[in-house]
Write a protein that binds this ligand. Sequence first.
Ligand code: ADP
Ligand code: MG
Length: 451
Amino acid sequence: MSTFQNLSLANEVLENLNSLGYTALTPIQKATIPLILEGKDIIAQAKTGSGKTVAFALPLILKLDKDKHFPQALIITPTRELCEQVAREIQKLARYKADIKVVTLYGGTSLTKQVDSLEKGADILVGTPGRVLDHFSRETIYLKEIKTLILDEADRMLEMGFANDILKLVSNIPKERQSLLFSATYPKNINKLTSVILRNPIEVKLKDNETKLNIEEFVYRTEDKPKALLTVLQHFQPSLAILFCNTKDKTEELSNWLYEKGFNVATLNGNLEQYERQEMLLQFANGSLPLLVATDLASRGLDIDGVDLVINYDIPMKKEIYTHRIGRTGRANKRGLAITLCKKHELPKLLELKPNLKVDSIDTLKPNKEFYMQGEVATLCIDGGKKRKIRAGDILGTLCKDIGIDGKDIGKIDIYTTHSYVAVDKSVIKKAFNGLKNGKIKGKRLRVWWL
Ligand code: ADP
Ligand code: MG
């Protein structure tokens, strides 16, 4: 077994990796980290959930030069949610180093606030192509000291039509740089991007035995998808499930229908305001809304612990989309289940994308009609975050010591720049809400909302 210890890293780095639960290297990490440390350009392909983020982020952090005053690395991802996730992972990996500044640059949030953060000094930029280019055009980012360029989910950005934006950015960062591409899938036309961006790249593609997924896949034939959906949910009784639709309207329609049936549902699509997108995803991840109905906005890169079922309510139009959707479950060697609901006339198309899928009749399932997906917890939002030096421990302290909530009734605590969120068991949520509203966190009186 290969461990991080084999990489001869400093003790503090190893200790931090250990504290994050990372001891053994995943196959893609083993194959790429040494090459990245040598400075090679790389096109890496490895299955969903196989630890690609750490593979590119750890070497990046190890190579940062503390004496530089401008951004040294630029990471581009296709969605805002993935930017946030990658930035958070980098922050965790860099905890052992004092003062590494990671700045996220994506749309739907204030440009001015991003400029403020940039002016305070950024080491690593994580952004979506459009917003990064926007900053570049306004001359609010300095890219002349970029030494590393990383495209996460590069093929998706091509597919979304971002190739020209990316090429424009690339022509404005130093030629003397390292470039890295990571994804689980690469279409043939990716050469359009790679030949311009990378220099003598090494292609790292893992062998089949290292790419086997722990995801069981089924197709259920049905002419009545809403009814079949209920049957699937009530038969498999997942704890956290993502339901994919092909359009924004469909996600909304289906969410409303499920809500009326008694499910606690989150919806994620591009029609929502950015804060709504963030709060939806957060309430899904912390278990308040355990069923997420989403467009393909959620199909790339998102790593949410505990997702045990993915459902294709609409059949995906491309094989890559299928791969990435189902890859939201069965991550990091956990097991997962992926189900596609398919009408008779859709079956040929689906089997063309994925020829070996097992097809069954929905009547083989035995639903428990009493089962509804409802969160045991609900979420409170607190008007204070990192900027006001609020930490998870402070919120926990107020809830437990001042308000008298039992620690076991407190779930995930998420701290953002200006807000924090805490999941609390529904049996004591009123007490927690009133207590926080009338009490203080870290000596400060803060406003509280019940989401
Ligand atoms: P990918 O980008 O390949 O889809 P991620 O980078 O999102 O996958 O990682 C998937 C999960 O695996 C994450 O929850 C991450 O914390 C975990 N992980 C990454 N590297 C390791 C490791 N070496 N050991 C254990 N877990 C890991
Ligand atoms: Mg990833």
